[in-house]
Design a protein around this ligand. Sequence first.
Ligand code: PBG
Length: 330
Amino acid sequence: MTAAYPALRLRRTRASAWSRRMHAETVLTPADLIWPLFIVEGEGVEQPIASLPGVSRWSVDQIVARAREARDLGIPCVALFPYTPAHLRTEDGREALNPDNLMCRATRAIKDAVPEVGVLTDVALDPYTSHGHDGLVDAAGYVVNDTTADLLIHQAVNQARAGADVIAPSDMMDGRIGMIRAALEGEGAHNVQIMSYAAKYASGFYGPFRDAVGSRGLLKGDKKTYQMDAANSEEALREVALDLAEGADSVMVKPGLPYLDIILRVKQRFEVPVFAYQVSGEYAMLEASVAAGAGERDALVLETLMAFKRAGCSGVLTYHAAHAARLLNA
Ligand code: PBG
């Protein structure tokens, strides 16, 4: 066991491509990718998002085309986020509960046309509120927990009725996973999964996403009273433990690359499926470095995605999903 140089040369197994492939400890495949998509009203519409170069909002018919593309590329699941028109945004975000809102229409359209692709829907009120917060705001500007959770339960049930396969609460209210699970069971939706955004940090990396769903200009203040402090990791383990105890099928860590340590700790401690969200600001940062000539897109995309797998992820939500799948299928 104590061979040393020159008997031991770790470069030997790296000397040729076949051997590097044979010794790879981690594999990345299109099945590891979840593709986030932004939906907008209309037909035949593609609206590019300036702060997310290469990413667009699509009308429902175009979202269905993206879902077909996902299927053809071997991507198992898409994640949907709506751009709610201003006149439907209210203090209480009630459009989230409308069975015919954009989310529900897109979900039904995908499940009708491409049922073999999983649909993951985000539970939180920020795409629907006039103030851009994930929940209800009281007179002092505080996002209140329990009345928000009541609405989120109905939002989740509304999505499940439209055909959502995975309910993904991203709001960070306390106690909502158990309540949503109970409501889904009450609906007979036993096989609708919950992927909780368990360790979601109050991050500077969400800016382009807020442009994409139209909440950036509306948001007053920050989300630090509900999303986690970047200084904390023990707290992330407590969040994960609670969400699992409440019935989450899988957990998410978000953002991605700056929080690989959290992914590793969660995986080692709980041995459950862990997903990462490589968020909008991470995507934009990578694209900016490509635009500046500092790096090469294909290499950066595959290396960062592999890092998530190496840290223990079952999969990654990434705006590069289609591009990465094309590279992996080549
Ligand atoms: C909101 C939500 C956010 C993201 C996913 N769901 C933004 C936020 O919390 O402000 C961010 C995703 C990204 O940046 O790509 N509930």
